[in-house]
Design a protein around this ligand. Structure first.
Ligand code: FAD
Length: 310
């Protein structure tokens, strides 16, 4: 059995594993795909002290760091469910999809999230070639260029305001009758001279040329007409979905499916902690996830030294 078993091998899980293993306790990571979202990231320029790296290099560095401490890494394994301890201090069960049952005195959940896709032609093909999902990450790459933001909720309108300060022009595209963001954000976006807002507009295609995005097509739902906007970037902001379906019956989630955690990473279950994009902690970023993972591991250690079971 493990002292700390981490579920998820992204920045949050790796951060948790390094901190747990450095306490000299039995630490494991079980991950569907070690590296998580960083595997899909082209360039990372905002991890403090690392001026520039690529996602796959970052993921490989995390794996090396974790292995240096002898963490038992079980990659390409999905967890199907968590079986809470019968009472505080007892073993927690971690059931894998392949049927195996792992046991641990504490668990850190770090299963991350995934961006909801538009599912229109060109989106997949031009990912990282003009199609982006994270304004904090990729905004500066579009300095002085023209972009669209698809999605008129809080994250879309925030992205439009944020990007308007960097890029030449932003077209904000909302499918519904009106923007769904907070009124203060909507009026801010409307006040910006380089932001155009389109409502009742359905994105139908991302067009590219020479391997990069050069236009976006949309249908005006009011008239049924189709239009083409020339631009260099498309930010998709239609939701971030936490990978927490398998926890529905055991762990308290909020209405977005995020694991509810307190400031120390405790969930509702004794001995079960959580960190990163899968949780209610705001700002889904690598540096935030890694920091939260380390906090969750320290909380797990604190729990272990206070629980009576040897
Ligand atoms: P994730 O990275 O999502 O990792 C989750 C882990 O859990 C994975 O190993 C996954 O396989 C595993 N998992 C999920 N479900 C299960 C299960 N049931 N059983 C077992 N394992 C499971 N952030 C930045 O700070 N800078 C950037 O430049 C940047 N660029 C980005 C670019 C792209 C294209 C994307 C998609 C994201 C980007 N982000 C960036 C965001 C950043 O990647 C995330 O905030 C960060 O990876 C979250 O870390 P995490 O550990 O919480 O989750």
């Amino acid at each position: 059995p493990f002292d700390v078993l981490v579920v998820g091998g992204g920045p949050a899980g790796a951060g948790a594993a390094v901190y747990a293993a450095r306490k000299g306790i039995r630490t494991g990571i079980v991950a569907d795909r070690f590296g998580g979202q960083t595997n899909d990231t082209l360039g990372i320029e905002n991890y403090i002290s690392v001026k520039e790296t690529t996602g796959p290099k970052f993921a490989a560095d995390m794996l090396e760091h974790v292995k240096q401490y002898g963490v038992d890494v079980m990659n390409l394994q999905r967890v199907a469910k968590i079986i809470p301890a019968s009472e505080p201090g007892e073993m927690i069960g971690v059931q894998l999809e392949n049927g195996a049952l792992l046991q641990s005195r504490s668990v850190v959940l770090a299963t991350g999230a995934r961006w909801r896709n538009l599912n229109v032609p060109g989106e997949e093909e031009y990912k990282n070639k003009g199609v982006a999902y994270c304004p904090h990450c990729d905004g500066p790459l579009f300095k002085g260029k023209r972009v669209a933001v698809v999605g008129g909720g809080n994250s879309g309108v925030e992205a439009a305001i944020d990007l308007a300060g960097i890029v030449a022009h932003v077209t904000l595209i909302e499918f519904g009758e009106q923007l769904r963001a907070d009124a203060v954000l909507v009026s801010k976006a409307k006040s910006l001279p380089n932001v155009t807002i389109l409502t009742r507009a359905k994105t139908t295609e991302v067009e590219g040329k020479d391997g990069v995005v050069n236009a976006l097509h949309y249908e005006d739902m009011a008239t049924g007409t189709t239009h083409r906007i020339e631009l260099e970037g498309v930010f998709v902001q239609i939701g971030l979905v936490p990978n927490t379906d398998f926890l529905k019956d055991s762990v308290t989630l909020n209405r977005f499916g995020e694991i509810e955690v307190d400031a120390k990473g405790h969930t509702n279950l004794p001995g079960v902690f959580a960190a990163g994009d899968a949780t209610t902690t705001p700002y889904k970023q690598i540096v935030v996830a890694a920091g939260e993972g380390s906090k969750a591991a320290l909380s797990a250690f604190d729990y272990l030294i206070r629980s009576s079971v040897a």
